[in-house]
Design a protein around this ligand. Sequence first.
Ligand SMILES: Cc1cc2nc3c(=O)[nH]c(=O)nc-3n(C[C@H](O)[C@H](O)[C@H](O)COP(=O)(O)OP(=O)(O)OC[C@H]3O[C@@H](n4cnc5c(N)ncnc54)[C@H](O)[C@@H]3O)c2cc1C
Length: 313
Amino acid sequence: MKAENVRKILIFDQGDPVAIQLLAKAEEVFGDGPEYVVLRARGTHNLALTMMEENIRGEEPELVLIGATALGEEIAPALGVRFETGVAAHCVDIRVNEEGRLAYVIPAFGGRAVGEIFIPDAAAGRPAIATVKPGMFPEPADAGNCDDYAGQRCRIIDVDAMAADGEISHGSKAQGAFRMVEVSPREHPAGNIADADIIVCGGYGLGSEEVWRKLEKLAEKLGGAAACTRAALDAGWGCAEESMIGTSGRAVRPKVYIGFGISGAAHHTCGIAGADTIISINSDGDAEIFAASDYKGVFDAEKVIDALLREIG
Ligand SMILES: Cc1cc2nc3c(=O)[nH]c(=O)nc-3n(C[C@H](O)[C@H](O)[C@H](O)COP(=O)(O)OP(=O)(O)OC[C@H]3O[C@@H](n4cnc5c(N)ncnc54)[C@H](O)[C@@H]3O)c2cc1C
């Protein structure tokens, strides 16, 4: 699809800051050409999916942007099936290429390359759908959420308010078989990576649960949060799923990121591109992570962690 053919963009807002990040990114790519519509639905899967489907049919956007949260990741492919259209999942960038085509940038080949994918047949009524992890794009300086742009730079369809006003009845197909009883965020002992200034991240090169525990201790002593790569998570040393950084984890923007034993696959480094300073420790002097780092140390991860713990006391 040519970017110039995008006349309306629908953004899904589920209360996570990712909606304003998507709106700001869309404005950066498309300027004030298209109309921006934000659909707000914080409720259940059924409510969000049904209201998104109805409004895509009614509004006929050419592009739908969805935050890749748990709910967003559920509804995006379902919408893709219902509209028989393409879904570009976990984009790390959205841009217009030199031919004026809309390109979705996604890591490929096990993270060794970053490629552009296209959804050529997308059009009004059969929109391109793209999902983006929270934090991948920065929030604008002048807005905390989409309300700050409402009426001027975007139109908000507030499904939650409509449900509260009885415009969407309980028991309708939109409410479906699921009902939100309670939302209880899980606390992670080693801190929340979403807003940490210092992130200490462990990769598979840590080698054992014992070293992972030392890394968690280091993160705590530095007043930061411990994070992990997909390989470290899968090793089962005790890293939490919500502490994984990357295209299928979270994108982070700390002041300092210190990575230990991480190879530097694009699936991971896309998630740290917003860090102010990146420091990497790897025993392999040719590790790819060094290309994305401000400072590098060719050392054994455990030895450096031990030395830092001794130093900090
Ligand atoms: C669709 C898809 C989505 C993905 N999403 C994510 C994602 O969100 N996040 C993510 O992280 N990955 C993701 N991955 C996986 C990603 O491609 C890489 O496989 C993963 O990031 C590698 O993790 P790693 O660097 O910890 O491990 P490895 O690639 O195994 O690297 C380990 C590194 O440790 C170094 N090392 C070894 N021993 C030591 C030592 N003693 N001291 C210091 N260094 C040492 C090695 O030199 C090596 O560079 C995804 C993959 C796919 C296919």
